[in-house]
Design a protein around this ligand. Sequence first.
Ligand SMILES: C[S@@+](CC[C@H](N)C(=O)[O-])C[C@H]1O[C@@H](n2cnc3c(N)ncnc32)[C@H](O)[C@@H]1O
Length: 255
Amino acid sequence: MHPEPMDELDRELETLQHKPMSDGSDDELLTDVGFMFDDRMEKVTCEFKYGRVSVLLSYVEDNPGFVQSGHYVWPAAPALCEYMEANFASLPRGHVVELGAGCGLAGLVFAQLDPSSQIIFTDHDPGVLKTIEHNVKMQSHREQAKCYTQSLRWGSVGAKEIEAIEQLQTNGKSRMTNLIVGTDVIYAREIVRMLFWTIDRLLANDGQFLMCSSFCYDEETEAEIDAMCTKYNLKRKIISCALPKGTRIQLFTRN
Ligand SMILES: C[S@@+](CC[C@H](N)C(=O)[O-])C[C@H]1O[C@@H](n2cnc3c(N)ncnc32)[C@H](O)[C@@H]1O
């Protein structure tokens, strides 16, 4: 598979997030994204229970405020977990990917709901991927699906990372993800285009993308989501909406 050329937005993000170090070292300096280092903050471990599912989760127990950090548990995550537990029979199984997974609550809940699935937790923050690995180990006393972590940046900058996901899923076959979950993953209109580029690359023909959010988007962001649905031939369905105080769950499927 040949990655598409980077568009301008992706280039901007690439420059912002992965500026090479000036001494020529191979290491990448993650600039302007201080939240990526929140893994130094003190974490608590709490139990999240949904029916027969019980997940022990380490995370930073605080109000995340406006910083897009995955080291906290955002309100959309427990809301989607409740939905998945109550509606498990209607959810697809098999290859599951969590996007912008943060501490991985939604993926860990699905891992217990269906131990025969494979869960790939993804995020662009190396710190949260470490936390997820720790959180996966914390459930080892319970039956759960096979879990993997994979760095993934949304948009075409993440094309190589998607190839790694495809290798983990089916030795390189594309668009094999049966279920994609994302909680509080849209925080700006600009991110929508990159997020849906990634969804289109991963989602199987009969797959589902379940997205839960805990804050209202402005009109431009809503319009951008609709535009991406048109571009990628996706159907958008609002499953439940209790915004502005609660959460909104949406389902995206291919037309
Ligand atoms: C608001 S947090 C939500 C975390 C978690 N899903 C939850 O609900 O608790 C957004 C997450 O998306 C990740 N993220 C933001 N922009 C991203 C991008 N361009 N590519 C990949 N991950 C991204 C962040 O690192 C963070 O973990």
